[in-house]
Write a protein that binds this ligand. Structure first.
Ligand SMILES: [Zn+2]
Length: 244
C-alpha cells in the first residue's frame, strides 16, 4: 500500500511590523519561519502549484508546502512577498473581490477593521511574479448566514471579477471565517474552482475533500519552537496538512 501524498497548508493574515499578534506576524517572525521551512527541506508555494505537484503536472525537487494569506492585506505585498521571494517561494493570496484597494469593513472589531487591502495593480504585479490569486468572495460575508442565492453570487461573481480584473485564472476558493453550509462545497465546484480551503486544522472524519481542505493557522502568538514542531510533524507525516 502506498502512503497518501500530503501537502501541508499554512494560513496567515497580516505580515507587518505593527501587526497585532492575533491578526498577523511581524516581518522578522515571518522571515524566521520561512528560513526554517526551507532548512527543513520544504518549498513554500501556492495552493494551486501544490495541487499540480500532487497530480504530477508540476515538478519540484523539494516537498511543497502551500502558504496562503486571507483577505489580501496590502502588507502582504509590502512585507510578505519580498521575504517569500528571498527564499525562492511564492504563495496564494485570497482576495475579497469587491473590496480591493479599500479597507476592512466586514467587522467592527478594531483589531481587524480599517486595515488596508491590496489594490488591483499591486495584485496584478504579484500574479506576474508567480503568486496565485484566489477568491475570498465579493464582500467577506459569513456564508452560513446568508441565503443560498447570495452565497452563489459571492462564490461565482468573485471568481469572474478577479479573473477579469487580474487577468489570470482563479482556481481556488477560501470560505470567510471558515464558515459554510453543507450545500456550499458543491456550489464552489460548480462555480468552476478546483479546491477550497477552510480554517479547520484537521480533516473532517479523516476524509480527504478538495472542497473542505484543512490548514494550520499561523498568528503572532505562535512561537518559533511550536512552528518548528508543526513542520517536523508534517515531515514525519504524523498529522499532515490537507490535500485531497
Ligand atoms: Zn477572511
Amino acid at each position: 500500500m502506498t502512503a497518501e501524498v500530503r501537502v501541508p497548508v499554512l494560513y496567515y493574515h497580516r505580515v507587518a511590523p505593527d501587526a497585532d499578534p492575533r491578526t498577523g506576524v511581524t516581518p522578522k517572525q515571518f522571515s524566521a519561519q520561512m528560513a526554517l521551512l526551507g532548512s527543513l527541506g520544504f518549498v513554500g508555494t501556492s495552493l494551486e502549484r501544490a495541487l499540480n505537484w500532487k497530480e504530477g503536472s508540476d515538478t519540484m525537487n523539494r516537498h511543497p508546502l502551500a502558504i496562503t494569506f486571507d483577505d489580501g492585506y496590502e502588507d502582504n505585498f509590502t512585507f510578505a512577498a519580498p521575504i517569500l521571494e528571498g527564499f525562492g517561494f511564492v504563495a496564494t493570496i485570497y482576495f475579497v473581490a469587491g473590496r480591493m484597494g479599500q479597507t476592512v469593513d466586514w467587522t467592527p472589531d478594531p483589531v481587524w477593521s480599517g486595515h488596508r487591502l491590496m489594490g488591483q495593480s499591486l495584485a496584478r504585479e504579484l500574479v506576474g511574479r508567480g503568486f496565485e490569486a484566489g477568491s475570498h468572495t465579493m464582500t467577506h460575508p459569513d456564508l452560513a448566514r446568508i441565503p443560498d442565492r447570495e452565497a452563489w453570487r459571492e462564490i461565482r461573481e468573485s471568481r469572474d471579477r478577479l479573473s477579469q480584473d487580474l487577468s489570470c485564472p482563479v482556481t481556488t476558493f477560501c470560505y470567510p471565517y471558515g464558515s459554510f453550509r453543507d450545500s456550499h462545497p458543491s456550489m464552489v465546484r460548480e462555480a468552476g474552482y478546483r479546491a477550497a480551503r477552510t480554517v479547520r486544522r484537521y480533516r473532517l472524519r479523516g476524509r480527504s475533500d478538495p472542497f473542505r481542505m484543512a490548514c494550520r493557522p499561523v498568528s503572532g502568538r505562535m512561537g518559533l519552537p511550536r512552528f518548528a514542531l508543526t513542520l517536523m510533524s508534517y515531515r514525519m507525516g504524523l498529522r499532515g496538512g490537507d490535500l485531497p
